[in-house]
Design a protein around this ligand. Sequence first.
Ligand code: PLP
Length: 357
Amino acid sequence: MGPGPSDVHPRVLRAMSTPLVGHLDPSFVEMMDEVQDLLRYAFRTENKWTIPVSGTGSASMEAAVGNLVRPGDTMLVPTNGYFGGRMESMAERAGGEVVHVDAPWGEPLDPADVADAFDEHQPDVFGFVHAETSTGVLQPDVPELTSIAHEHDALVVADTVTSLGGVEFRADEWDVDVAYSGPQKCLSCPPGASPLTLNDEAMSRVLDREEPARSWYLDLSLLEGYWGSDRSYHHTAPITNVYALREALRLVAEEGIEERWARHRHVAGALKAGVEAMGLEMNAADEFWLPSLNAVRVPDGIDDGAVIDYLLDRYDLEIAGGLGDLSGAVWRIGCMGHSARPKNVSYLLSSLADAID
Ligand code: PLP
């Protein structure tokens, strides 16, 4: 129950032992179509351009940022968590200028601040983190943020690594141009093939670039050859990870995406209530609570690392400490995908109560 990878469903583990076929085998090409359709379902989008990027969440993140940001472009990134900082590094490596919209770690972005940053800097691209794994904060008001960006002709990139398949996210209805994710959180799939979706406007900006994207491997105009209608070789797809992702996404579709969002809220709600009943405090205010990642403040006088080690040694239970500005200040307790089950929550609560006793 750490910040990911979450427990992998037995059906996904079984899918990973399927014998390999080639990455251009007709049966694999059919599977690619199915994976793309299932990803559209999870992202709540009709985007043609919806693919698993070979690599971890940082690969789909860099595919998004590195293709959209052209040399000389300005990207607006948030400072309210660890992963906004990673977006910034990627935008700079793509040759972009970076400007910031500020909010404290533990709070979401305020749309008024985003609007001010747009008026001041006129960025070409705006990135935000929908579910900040470092702070346990869910960004509300997404449609408001996207409409501010679109009034200024900017494209919006959403990090949904810790929300896709666990927390409500609607790419089309909320007018998000590009969203990326990772499979190892709410999809409960091993890392290795990471979801990405782009609408037509974002993809035309990529295809119209004068200077190619700096990464050959993640250049979406080249990946188009493999994941688009040609199905021609670009690189050898991670076949086993695609098997796994297909099975994980089938589980999402069988459960129903809205039912899955509701399960995460329900099960993580019990976790939150139990932690608060123990006298501990959540890091995020109730309105911004992120069910998939519960950041709990470490009480005074308790050594965060000793509790983490005790839980692992004594109960074989993983939780994690804080990252960046919240290092030493919070525990991060995941409640994601197949890990978001009542029996895990009961076990976590009784083990944690023992650890801090
Ligand atoms: N963005 C967020 C919000 C994350 O939580 C993570 C990983 O935890 C990433 C991006 C990067 O993903 P990965 O570690 O799979 O490369």
